[in-house]
Write a protein that binds this ligand. Structure first.
Ligand code: PLP
Length: 400
């Protein structure tokens, strides 16, 4: 009979994908469901990007490429790092893979030995711990608090570092909280890392371009050039350019690491889709002004959602700087009972009863390593967000 490997037995399937699937299933049964589970913008890929892909197909750019990316794309990425982050990379320091997810995974596979520790602040993007486990490493989860807007303090980081620490995973703006670290907050963490030269930094900057109120985005290697030789700065086209389905992520880092990651790719995925790569050249080199309009729409939704959730009985919601998520606490509902007689003992109970009662789907906080909270994605129309929050308020008011 079938038995999965012991490595696979160490991990669980992605809970965010499970939540979106449940919403899809209920919809298929004819239920009126609003899904707040999406990890992707509701906008479409910009037309100029689509046109570049169509041209690539017409021009016959449909064959294998360099394993870790075509030179034109690497040049566009180098220009992006220079333009946005004041980071200088050479072509041999750039990796391109089928998604930011693949970049992270390949970096773990290329570097982790059994027992190597990976520091991951919680709440975290669901894939970090499981990817580290799959690659043979040991996640070290460091909780943050709502009071500190879910940001890791330098003291927290200092305490988590051991002689076995290989990586510190840093994600700002964060999935699932939307929290983004200011320049000073990044500096406080890089100061700690300067004292521990064996620790490498994996900076996941996927939501860099989705920030509000003139937030000044910065990344560790930019703030502390002393960390440049041990930092992998990761980004991608999925979120900023609404290209989640195209599958392309990239990173800049020290050449030996980049080479090792290409070696992993050479015996696993090979190159990311050739057509996607040409589309991404257009995305990175093109006019970026469409982002302003989209961010304005996201900001309006964020403000609405934060206000409405804070009016719901038993919830409290911080106002984050970026991404398209909020991470409200449902601590005030724990111990209550629904009109149907179901007891809310955890954030998972909260989201399960919420979708049953009101057809609103969200992902429970335990999945992201910090309870009792839940994640709301506001990558949906303002009308849907208003309706969803009205339903959440009604659900909370119904609890006794
Ligand atoms: N990092 C974070 C924090 C994310 O939220 C995601 C996607 O949800 C990714 C990385 C991976 O994105 P992709 O593989 O689509 O590039």
């Amino acid at each position: 009979s079938f038995q999965s490997s012991t490595a696979l037995q160490r991990i669980k399937p992605s809970p965010t994908l499970a939540a979106t699937q449940m919403a899809r299933d209920l919809k298929a049964q004819g239920r009126d469901v609003i899904s707040l589970g999406a990890g992707e913008p509701d906008f479409d890929t910009p037309d100029f990007v689509k046109e570049a892909a169509i041209k690539a197909i017409r021009d016959g750019k449909t064959k294998y490429t360099n394993v870790d990316g075509i030179p034109e794309l690497k040049e566009a990425i180098i220009a992006k790092f220079k333009r946005d982050n004041d980071l200088n990379y050479e072509i041999g320091q750039i990796n391109v893979a089928p998604g930011g997810k693949a970049v992270l995974y390949n970096a773990f596979v290329a570097t982790l030995n059994p027992g190597d520790e990976v520091i991951i602040p919680a709440p975290y993007w669901v894939s970090y711990p499981d990817m580290a486990l799959l690659a043979g490493g040991q996640p070290v989860i460091v909780p943050t608090t709502q009071e500190r807007n879910f940001k890791l303090t330098p003291e927290d980081l200092e305490r988590a570092i051991t002689p076995k620490t290989k990586w510190f995973v840093f994600n700002s703006p964060s999935n699932p909280t939307g929290a983004a670290y200011t320049r000073e907050e990044v500096k406080a963490l890089t100061d700690v890392l300067m004292r521990h030269p064996h620790v490498w930094i994996m900076s996941d900057d996927m939501y860099e371009h989705i920030v509000y109120d003139d937030f000044d985005f910065t990344t560790p290697a930019q703030i502390e050039p002393g960390l440049y030789d041990r930092t992998l700065t990761i980004n991608g086209v999925s979120k900023a350019y609404a290209m989640t389905g195209w599958r392309l992520g990239y990173a800049g880092g020290p050449q030996p690491l980049i080479k090792a990651m290409a070696k992993v790719m050479s015996q696993s995925t090979s190159n990311p889709c050739s057509i996607t790569q040409y589309a991404s050249v257009a995305a990175l080199n093109g006019d970026q002004s469409f982002l302003i309009e989209r961010n304005n729409a996201f900001k309006e939704r964020r403000n609405l959602v934060v206000d409405m959730l804070n009016e719901a009985e038993g919830l409290s919601c911080a106002k984050p700087e970026g991404a398209f998520y909020v991470y409200p606490s449902c601590a005030g509902t724990i111990g209550k009972t629904t009109p149907d007689g179901a007891k809310i003992a955890s954030d998972e109970d909260f989201t399960t009863e919420l979708i049953k009662a009101e057809g609103v789907s969200a992902v429970f906080g335990a999945a992201f390593g910090l309870a009792p909270f839940f994640r709301v994605s506001y990558a949906a129309s303002i009308e849907d967000m208003r309706e969803a929050c009205t339903r959440i308020q009604r659900f909370c008011a119904s609890l006794k």
